[in-house]
Design a protein around this ligand. Structure first.
Ligand code: SF4
Ligand code: SF4
Length: 189
């Protein structure tokens, strides 16, 4: 996806806001693009990590918050490890996600923000991810009931997906972590 900066939507404050939220100094990025080479999703998005930083420098606004990479990033931290300036790009992307949710930015195709929410919900409920619950909730939310349904029997047969929720996790502990994050967020408001 090409990110176009529109004059009427430019947001000079976004760079500073992201720097503050992610606790990073983005002015040290010199666009060497080493972060792009190891990113497992940059081929799919057309907006590799270095471009996100470049766009922030160029005062991108809401169109950046709606870009694919902001939601497709899997937080593998490869870009962070490869960056010669030690820029914590995953934290930058986390900050952009938080702002996108706050500002109710329209979700990109596939509704990855919804996927993020249902992923976190299943972790909160079961202490670990519950793939089937996540898939069902995402399908209901996106009304894509039959999409990829033919893959389901094979996944079951190969035990790639479980019918029942996971056991053994310390659910109370995980719930406490979620609650404390919510309280910390409330205090920040
Ligand atoms: S590797 Fe670091 S310095 Fe190089 S473009 Fe990426 S973020 Fe910028
Ligand atoms: S953390 Fe995100 S942006 Fe960085 S390499 Fe991994 S997927 Fe790409």
């Amino acid at each position: 996806m090409t990110i176009r900066i529109k004059k009427d939507k430019t947001s000079p404050g976004l760079l500073r806001t992201v720097e503050k939220l992610a606790d990073v100094d983005l002015s040290v990025c010199f666009q060497c693009k080493k972060c792009d080479s190891g990113c497992p999703v940059s081929n799919l998005t057309g907006a590799p990590p270095s471009e996100i930083l470049r766009r922030l420098h160029l005062c991108a606004g809401n169109e950046l918050l709606a870009s694919d990479l902001v939601w497709m990033c899997v937080s593998c931290e490869t870009c962070f490890v490869r960056c010669p300036m030690g820029i914590d790009i995953p934290s930058v992307i986390d900050a952009l996600r938080g702002l996108a949710v706050e500002q109710k930015t329209p979700a990109p195709e596939g509704n990855m923000p919804l996927f993020n929410r249902v992923f976190l919900k299943t972790v909160e409920m079961f202490g670990r991810t519950y793939d089937l619950g996540m898939i069902v909730a995402h399908k209901i939310g996106t009304k894509t009931y039959m999409k990829d349904a033919e893959k389901f029997p094979g996944m079951l047969r190969k035990r790639k997906i479980a019918l029942l929720p996971p056991r053994g996790a310390d659910r109370k502990m995980v719930k406490r972590i979620f609650d404390s994050v919510r309280r910390a967020k409330e205090k920040q408001k």
